[in-house]
Design a protein around this ligand. Sequence first.
Ligand SMILES: Nc1ncnc2c1ncn2[C@@H]1O[C@H](COP(=O)(O)OP(=O)(O)O)[C@@H](O)[C@H]1O
Ligand SMILES: [Mg+2]
Length: 208
Amino acid sequence: MRRGLFISLEGGEGAGKSTQNRNIIDWLTSRGKTVVETREPGGTFVSEQIRKVLLDTRNAGLNATAELLLMFAARSQLVEEVILPSLEAGKVVICDRFADASYAYQGGGRQLGAHTVAAVEQLVLKDLQPDITLLFDIPVEQGMQRVAGRGAADRFEVESLQFFERVRSAYLERAAAFPERFRIIDASKDEAQVWQQVKDTLQAGLGL
Ligand SMILES: Nc1ncnc2c1ncn2[C@@H]1O[C@H](COP(=O)(O)OP(=O)(O)O)[C@@H](O)[C@H]1O
Ligand SMILES: [Mg+2]
């Protein structure tokens, strides 16, 4: 039984997900909602351990299928330990990336294809989907410029421009395939303009 609300934030590096996540949480909290914030890969003890493996540049030899399975292993723990119990308790769950990210990064970026991702998704998630997914869409180079000074690059951040172009295209394909669930946010605008879009979208889409 799900009584809460499941919001996922998607998009490439530097799109502004973390920045807008803070705005969303403050806004929902001010409206009396109990918000549970989480992120992927991670969000539980086991999932954070898996995150370290996934992001460690020393694991350059991790193959694409192993990466996909580790992502869904971390996701499975997060769903069971955090997402489902929170939704059952009537809370709002905001997840910084969810299964659509595997379609984008492993399906698109690593070129495993959507069918492969869908097979694992079906095994792990059954029919669990976010109620609404905000896709922060930004030209790849603009996003990269925003995060240029962010410290040492992780195992994804060292990837090529072409990789991130495939990620962006795969995200946009997901949005086109699931128009009821997805809302595309023009993340190239300044922070205040992006927040206005996000707020309008949540108000309209969720009746908040
Ligand atoms: N709309 C925006 N315009 C310009 N810079 C932004 C905007 N939103 C966020 N930033 C900055 O860009 C960087 C990446 O933002 P962040 O929210 O961490 O992106 P993400 O979580 O999607 O990778 C941060 O330094 C942030 O302050
Ligand atoms: Mg972030």
